[in-house]
Design a protein around this ligand. Structure first.
Ligand code: TRP
Length: 362
């Protein structure tokens, strides 16, 4: 079986460290350390429009911002195909055929959609756009058009992939074929990475809440944001609480033993620090300073690479153009297979004509 990796992001803002530990870092690892046949990274502008229809300029403005983030974290155009969702013409058509295989109730049971409906206030106002409610189906089209089987995403996307697998099974069963492929997620190794909370303690880092540390943040901004992280008030010699402690969740996601050697030699590793913190005697200021050192070290090369790519916008556009052309070929080929399986490929050969002539010939 082929290994085809695909993932996507909505271009509604610059990418942040939640994207990084949840998915981007995993993509770069897959890109550099595994064998695969194709690796696609899609900018999901059409999906972004499902709840930003009134603000297409925001989506347009963030295409290149997101592309800069991709290249700055180390996604390599030699190995990765970058494409733009709205320019892949087969995707909405594939979506429309999948829509007939999914019940409205099933869509609204999707836990990710449920919580997004709440977050956007669509539940109370009843103003949910149909396009928003159905974006999981269009996401299934994104994935299956490329016959992708490995999807590096944060674990909030798991319900989307479950829905995609259901559509694949339903399609293959209904149209008696087997060319659509069931996908699975590739999740980051530890739980802190798959669910990095915001700097305010909210469950998710999100641009609209304003609790993100962006990959492109300047050193002083990173420091300010780290210092603003809320911790449990306590006297320094009181036992420290590790559970739901944002500082330690971030450390879990970022720190290595090398960081201890360099910035906190009193301890060998995070387990030792946690043990000592829990006993008491270590103030949160000290932990913040350590976390700040780590984030500065990790984000500096990313920010610097980003700056160097900012001088190469025509190259970025060209990469997107070429990647999207390739993506169009692949997705169109799958659309043809889909239509063939459904028997609606009337003009692709003379089968339809002959069959109908025969029917009306006595
Ligand atoms: N829903 C994803 C997100 O919000 C973005 C996305 C669109 C996606 N199409 C995809 C992710 C296909 C994986 C595969 O992050």
């Amino acid at each position: 079986m082929k290994n085809i990796i695909l993932t996507a992001d909505r271009p509604t803002g610059r990418l942040h460290i939640g994207h990084y530990v949840g998915s981007l870092r995993e993509r770069v690892r897959l890109q550099n350390e595994t064998t695969y046949d194709e690796l696609y990274v899609m900018i999901a502008d059409a999906q972004a429009l499902t709840d930003n229809s009134g603000n297409p300029q925001k989506v347009r403005d963030n295409i290149i911002e997101v592309m800069l983030d991709y290249l700055s974290v180390g996604l390599d155009p030699e190995k990765t195909t970058f494409c733009i969702q709205s320019q892949i013409t087969a995707l909405p058509e594939i979506t429309s055929y999948y829509m007939n295989l999914v019940s409205l109730n099933r869509l609204l049971r999707n836990p990710t959609i449920k919580s997004e409906i709440q977050a956007r206030g669509y539940g109370s106002e009843g103003g949910m756009p149909v396009g928003f409610a159905t974006y999981p189906i269009s996401q299934a089209a994104d994935i299956t058009a490329f016959k992708a089987n490995l999807i590096p995403v944060g674990d909030d996307q798991e319900p989307m992939l479950e829905q995609t697998r259901e559509i694949v099974r339903s399609f293959n069963h209904t149209y008696n074929c087997n060319f659509l492929v069931e996908c699975k997620s590739v999740l980051a190794k530890n739980l802190s990475c798959t669910r990095l909370p915001g700097t305010d303690g909210c469950a998710k880092m999100s641009k609209s809440v304003g609790n993100c540390i962006f990959l492109s943040d300047e050193p002083s901004v990173i420091k300010k944001k780290v210092n603003s992280i809320k911790t449990f008030p306590r006297q320094i010699d009181e036992p420290g609480i590790l559970e739901n402690n944002i500082l330690f969740i971030y450390l879990d996601a970022f720190c290595t033993d090398k960081h201890f050697e360099k910035y906190y030699p009193e301890f060998k590793n995070l387990d030792e620090l946690k043990e000592s913190y829990a006993k008491g005697g270590i103030g949160d200021g000290k932990i913040k300073a350590f976390l700040n050192n780590i984030l500065q070290e990790e984000l500096e090369p990313i920010r610097e690479r980003r700056k160097s790519f900012e001088n190469k916008i025509p190259m970025l556009i060209d990469l997107l153009k070429r990647g999207t052309a390739k993506a169009n070929e692949i997705a169109s080929a799958t659309l043809n297979e889909i239509k063939q399986a459904m028997g609606i490929d009337y003009f692709s050969n003379d089968e339809f004509e002959n069959e109908q002539i025969k029917k009306f010939t006595n």
